[in-house]
Design a binder for this molecule. Structure first.
Ligand code: SIN
Ligand code: NI
Length: 255
């Protein structure tokens, strides 16, 4: 797939890619960013990582939250029309940004991000197609913390929030998943994966001497409403149970 001009939309996926996502609940889209874009966005990621407060600095990863609000380069990546267009085609419904975050695994961090679904952490009512776009800003081979997915489970809605520091927790909550196949996807810099918010996934520890730089855009159904629960993306907004997500904080995409 040719690297697109990021100013042109939409980025048209082939039918096989969309069908694969609908069957498996995740898909690998190679070469979405050019080498020049990767270099610029990684420089921004390194700058932000050095200066901005982390939401979580557990060994599993440094989480730097809502970078689109503070950094002009990373704002361009979070609001990127091609990535949002791909997300819309995969979701099959209009979407908006829920939040972004950079997930940085330090060299030899010694901790996997253990299997979990994303949606159970989020205060959304009636979301059906929410999904994440995981952008590799460096090569991410298996030993640097690439992602692993359990295919075909994105319709599962019965699993509680999982402790992503605990390798056994997902399988305690859903013992039937223990013998499912794992699909691990090493990425070249500029590749992305998309995964449904209900697809169980994990990421390996980083056993290399280089940081793992991942930038994640999270999209939700555009018409989702807030359910009153706690979350750093909504806690400061004074929303009431049943409110729509405001467009200035959660922009409809692509725009
Ligand atoms: C990770 O990159 O370490 C985890 C990403 C995710 O949970 O979506
Ligand atoms: Ni996750």
């Amino acid at each position: 797939m040719a690297a697109p001009d990021i100013t042109s939309t939409p980025f048209a996926l082939d039918e096989a890619t969309i069908a694969s996502y609908r069957v498996n609940g995740f898909v690998h889209v190679p070469n979405v960013l050019t080498g020049e874009e990767v270099a610029r966005f990684r420089a921004a990621a390194e700058r932000v990582h050095a200066t901005k407060q982390v939401l979580s600095d557990a060994p599993v990863f440094n989480q730097i939250f809502q970078v689109w609000k503070d950094d002009a380069d990373l704002r361009e990546l979070t609001l990127n029309a091609d990535l949002a267009s791909i997300a819309t085609q995969l979701a099959g419904v209009p979407v908006r940004l829920w939040h972004d975050h950079m997930l940085v695994k330090a060299p030899h961090n010694g901790a996997a991000t253990e299997f979990h679904q994303d949606a159970p952490y989020w205060p959304h009512r009636d979301a059906t197609r929410s999904l994440s776009c995981w952008v590799a800003l460096t090569d991410v081979p298996v030993e640097r913390g690439c992602m692993t997915f359990l295919p075909g489970l994105h319709e599962r809605r019965d699993i509680r929030p999982i402790d992503l520091n605990d390798a056994k927790d997902l399988f305690s909550a859903a013992p039937d998943l223990q013998w499912r196949p794992w699909v691990t996807i090493p990425l070249r810099a500029g590749d992305v994966t998309f995964h449904s918010a209900w697809t169980p996934h994990r990421a390996n520890p980083n056993d290399t001497d280089e940081h793992r730089w991942a930038h994640v855009n999270i999209y939700v159904d555009r018409d989702v409403v807030y359910n009153g629960g706690p979350h750093p993306a909504t806690d400061h907004l004074g929303l009431a149970d049943g409110d729509a997500l405001p467009d200035d904080e959660f922009p409809p995409l692509p725009r």
